[in-house]
Structures are given as C-alpha cells and as structure tokens.
Design a protein around this ligand. Structure first.
Ligand code: ADP
Length: 346
C-alpha cells in the first residue's frame, strides 16, 4: 500500500530578479512510496531532492500536481489540517537542528509538549526513546557535550517522539564520519524494521543507499529519471543520465580519466563486462575469449554489495583482430552486459 503518492508534481520558484528565469526545482514527478519502504532519493546537488522532501512534508505547497500522504491529499488542506499531517511525519537533518540551550531530555520532549502531552507521559516516552537510541545515560547532557553520532541519535529520538508513520532523513549522515554513519544507519534500519516506520532518505552518498534503502529514485534537473528496486537500478541502470550518476558512485566502473589512464598503460580494446548476483557468466566470458584465441588481461574491476546481493564490473584489455574481438563480444553479449570504453585502442 502506498503511504506517499506524488502525481505529476511540479514546484517552481519565481525568478530571483527581472533578468532571471523561473526555477523549476521539481519537474513533473510521479512516484509511490510503499508503507514499510526505505526509499532513497539520490542525485547530484541541485537535482531537486530537498524541494521534493519539503513538498512531502507539506512545508511548501506544490505548484501543480497532487501529493497524497497516508491517504490524504495534502495539496487541498487548510493550514490547520496540514499541521496534523505534519505531526505524522518526523524529520532529521544534516546539521541535527537540536536546541543548544536544552538538554537531551528537553530536546526529545519538545514535540510532545507541543502536542500537549501530560508530564508523566512525556517522562515515560522520553525514557523509552532514550533506551531505543542507546542514550539512556545522556538525558541531562547538552548537545555540545555529544559527538555527531550521538546528536543524530537525539535527532532520531525527537523525530520519533510522537510516533510518526514516516521519517524523512535529509542528508542525515552527510556530516558524520564513516564509522558513525554506519551506526546511525543501523539505528535507522531498526526504526524501519522494529517500529514499522517508512523512511525516505535523501542523500548523495552511495553507502547510505546500499546499506539501508529498498527502493530508490534518481533525480536530475528536477525530474525523477529512474526509479525502482535498489539492486536493479544500481546493477543495471537504464537511463543514460542515471548510468552516469550510478557510474560515479559504484565500484568497478572506470571514470573517463581512469579509462584514459588505462588506455595509456595497456594495449588492446578496453571492454567492461557487468555481472549480477546469480549469473554464472563470469567464467563463460573468459572461456569465450580464450576459445576465440584472443589475448586478454584484467585491468580494472570491483564488486558492490547491496543488502547481501552482489554485482560487479570487470574491465579487460583484449588483444586480437577487430573481427575476432567483435565476434567474441557478440557471443558474450548474449549472457553478460558488455560496454566497450570509448576512445581509440592503442
Ligand atoms: P538538492 O536538494 O537536490 O540539492 P534542491 O531541491 O535544494 O536540490 O534545489 C533544486 C533547485 O531549486 C536548485 O536549482 C535550487 O537552486 C532551486 N531552489 C531550491 N529552493 C529554492 C527557493 N526557495 N527559491 C528559489 N530556488 C530554489
């Protein structure tokens, strides 16, 4: 069941001055986020990710299209009704956005006070949340006394306080080191799995998607250019622009600069073969090349792991006549994805 649905949603901002043009930050986006998903929204800076999240959160109105959250069309609500919808959505941020003058307990209690909870209920709920995020001993600490990872755990506890169905995470780990990122992602996974909260993560970091997301949408220029199961989108992107984005974040595909350097150092035609979990075609590639009497050398490669499923890329420098190489690549193309790197063979 979809918990968030966007249909033909566009968001434009007026020109900054009379010489500027209208900015289309989100351009005709249609997508469904299913209940229980960890839905990643990825893309370069300026792609429209944060704007999309502000629309889902009803912090800004869409210019056109409709947005449904928990079955309610939020594009047609009054400000008072919107406040109720927003209370069902938690949010965490890159810079944590904690109140520096309040201790951990008061930070987490804040949304409960706003919602009019009784003091004894607030105390019990905060105790429960502190235990869940592993900070029971920090109730009296102030944000400046906490590490980045601890601050984000407070941010998560605060976002979950009123029991939202949806948690929006906007670059929530981008200010953290890799080890701390890992801990925060593990916590978010528990939020999803143990509390059944649907999570939308906006990120430019591949690790984040790889570790926790189940679905992903790739954005560029305000549009969603590709969406689907994380493994499918990353192991076999269909759209040229998402191939470009995915190519920069996954392991094993040489960048144009690396391809140029490989070409300097190796004779022959450079060809990348892509494999997915469960294919038995890796060995077959080597057999096909050997059977065709071609010489080859492994020059670049890498394996990616997405929630326990692997895919990878191997780049070989292949030597032989063009006709023999073309024939072999066409045979191999029937069982593996074959991409010849652009540029002249040496
Ligand atoms: P991302 O989160 O992917 O980096 P944003 O959603 O922040 O992208 O921005 C998408 C585009 O919309 C950018 O060109 C940005 O400059 C523009 N934009 C975002 N917010 C506003 C705003 N409040 N007013 C004008 N332009 C904006």
């Amino acid at each position: 069941m979809a918990i968030v649905t966007l249909s033909d949603v566009t968001k434009t901002y007026p020109p900054a001055d009379k010489n500027a043009t209208v900015v289309t930050a989100v351009d005709d986006v249609t997508l469904d986020i299913e209940k229980g998903d960890v839905f990643g929204i990825i893309g370069y800076s300026g792609a429209g990710k944060s704007t999309l999240v502000r629309l889902i959160n009803a912090l800004e109105p869409a210019s056109s299209g409709s947005i449904t959250v928990d079955g309610i069309d939020i594009t047609r609500l009054s400000e008072r009704e919107l406040r109720r919808v927003r209370s069902g959505i938690g949010m965490i941020f890159q810079q944590f956005n904690l109140f520096s003058s309040k201790n951990v307990k008061a930070n987490i209690a804040y949304p409960l006070k706003l919602a009019g909870w009784k003091k004894s209920d607030i105390d019990a709920r905060v105790t429960e949340l502190l235990a869940f995020v592993g900070l029971s001993d920090k109730a009296k600490a102030y944000p400046e006394q906490l590490s980045g990872g601890q601050k984000q755990r407070v941010g998560i506890a605060r976002a979950l306080a009123t029991g939202p169905d949806i948690l929006l995470a906007d670059e929530a780990t981008s200010a953290l080191d890799p080890q701390t990122t890992h801990e925060v992602l593990e916590l978010l996974k528990r939020v999803n799995e143990e509390q059944g909260v649907t999570i939308v993560v906006i990120t430019h970091e591949m690790d984040v998607i790889q570790t926790i997301a189940t679905k992903v949408a790739v954005m560029e220029g305000g549009r969603v250019i590709e969406q689907g199961d994380v493994f499918d989108v990353f192991s076999n992107p269909q759209n040229p622009a998402s191939q470009r984005f995915v190519g920069t974040v996954i392991k094993g595909v040489p960048s144009p600069a690396e391809a140029a350097s490989l070409r300097e150092r190796h004779d022959g035609r450079l060809v990348t073969f892509s494999f997915r979990d469960g294919d038995s075609s890796q060995a077959q590639v080597f057999l096909d090349l050997a059977n065709a009497g071609l010489g080859f050398e492994l020059v670049y490669g890498g394996i990616n792991d997405i929630r326990g499923r692997a895919f990878g890329h191997l780049t070989l420098a292949i030597r032989g006549t063009d006709a023999a190489i073309d024939a072999a690549l066409s045979t191999i193309g029937a069982h593996a994805q074959v991409t010849e790197l652009e540029g002249e063979a040496r």
